[in-house]
Ligand binder design. Structure first.
Ligand code: ZN
Length: 429
């Protein structure tokens, strides 16, 4: 087995050389970084070790947006013009307007290699047939995933979203397939099939590779997907501005390995204090990326707003640690009586009580968070109304927040074929 990357805790000489080269390149080609680094009094000459990167300023998504507004289309942070760009993707813009992500021919090759590494780690082999039931258009999880699956030598079936009939047709005629989708879609499709009297397990899916949102890494939600399909689930994690899939979970299913470490340097920060946090088992902090090999838009210490939990620092497979899960986006976090709560964690507790719940839930807020007046209102689809009190007790016990669980009938919470909205703002009459 080819083992990739090095221990993140230690870093490597190669990464340090790449980083020096990348920072020098940004100083030369990117007006945004030339000014930002000079203002902070740091630069490529100050990089005596990887640890020195912690003194460099962070880059936010808002800065990327402002940079593109100031110098459209690629922005003041970009190092090349459109003439050298061979493809444009767009970041999804969940927290604002989307921004362009330009790729040179070399950037496309880098993305292909690092995305393929995640799918190899997730167990995709040349004889696999991968049914891609996720976005295919501007989305970075579309064409770059195609490139990666084809690079492995597996078969890529580009179905896209909103086409469950086509997914069913592919699964029926192509033999043992791999389903690649969001965890929401894997659950949605299972329900959709059962409504048409098709048992998902009868379709012979070999495995599911999920990403795009938290869920596939949460124990009870994962169990729900694996039971429905009779196949193992692994997950990947990437970032639209950095690279499509930078992490991948191996067959031991403990957490995700940093499979893109040859091209992307990953670190953790305390989201409030904006200070570097070391990789250690049990730590929860915000993920920050630095591109090591990027020609068009290399970002330094880019804040993902993804909150990671470090599960372990080594793995039985022999690949280096850390092993991580994404617990949610900082933007989704709620604060109830001073306690940080991720709606995804509530969903996992709801899924634990299946089949008395369907697993579907939604947090209902009187106004946008993060601060919420207690008790937190949670709508939960139940088959058995008596489960509501038990669930409220379980949420109070595990998450230490007061909640009010409102039972609603199965099927009454909107399903999503892409990413599930676990929170909604109450409509005022
Ligand atoms: Zn492993």
């Amino acid at each position: 087995m080819r083992l990739i990357g090095t221990s993140l805790a230690a870093g490597s000489e190669t990464q340090l050389e790449q980083l020096r080269r990348q920072v020098a390149y940004l100083e030369e080609r990117s007006p945004f970084y030339r000014e930002k680094l000079a203002a902070a009094g740091v630069g490529s000459a100050a990089l005596e070790s990887l640890g020195a990167l912690a003194r460099f300023p962070l880059t936010t998504k808002q800065e990327v947006r402002d940079s593109q507004a100031a110098a459209p289309p690629l922005g003041r942070h970009a190092c090349v013009g459109l003439d050298e760009v061979v493809r444009l993707h767009a970041s999804t813009g969940t927290t604002g307007s989307p921004s362009w992500v330009g790729l040179t021919a070399r950037d496309v090759e880098t993305w292909t290699r690092l995305t393929a590494e995640s799918f190899r780690t997730q167990g995709i082999r040349p004889d696999d047939v991968v049914v891609h039931a996720a976005g295919l258009t501007l989305f970075v999880g579309g064409l770059p995933v195609q490139d990666a699956i084809e690079r492995i030598g597996a078969t890529f079936v580009p179905i896209g979203t909103g086409a469950s009939e086509k997914v069913l047709g592919a699964m029926r005629t192509l033999g043992r397939t791999v389903l690649h989708s969001t965890p929401s879609y894997a659950l949605y499709l299972a329900e959709w099939l059962r409504e048409r009297d098709v048992e998902p397990r009868s379709l012979g899916v070999r495995k599911l590779t999920c990403g795009g949102e938290p869920g596939a890494g949460q124990p009870a939600v994962r169990a729900q997907i694996e039971e429905a399909w009779g196949a193992p689930v692994t997950e990947g994690l990437g970032n639209a501005d950095m690279a499509p899939v930078i992490w991948g979970e191996c067959e031991h299913q403990v957490g995700m390995h940093l499979t893109g470490g040859e091209w992307v340097y990953a670190e953790l920060i305390d989201a409030e204090r904006e200070e570097h946090v070391p990789w250690e088992t049990g730590v929860e902090a915000e993920l920050v990326y630095t591109a090591l090999e990027r020609e068009c838009c290399g970002l330094l210490r880019f804040r993902t707003r993804d909150r990671l939990r470090v599960i372990a620092m080594d793995c039985a497979c022999g690949r280096p640690g850390p092993l991580v899960r994404c617990v949610g986006r900082t933007d989704d976090m709620l604060i109830v009586l001073g306690v940080n709560v991720f709606p995804a964690a509530i969903r996992d507790l709801v899924a634990e009580l299946r089949p008395r719940t369907t697993g579907a839930m939604q947090v209902v807020l009187p106004q946008p968070g993060p601060r919420v007046e207690p008790p937190l209102r949670v709508e939960v689809e139940v088959a058995d109304g008596s489960v509501a009190d038990e669930l409220a007790e379980r949420i109070r016990g595990r998450l230490t927040i007061p909640v009010h669980v409102e039972p609603v009938p199965p099927g009454s919470i909107a399903r999503s074929e892409m990413k599930t909205a676990l929170t909604r703002i109450e409509e005022t009459p």
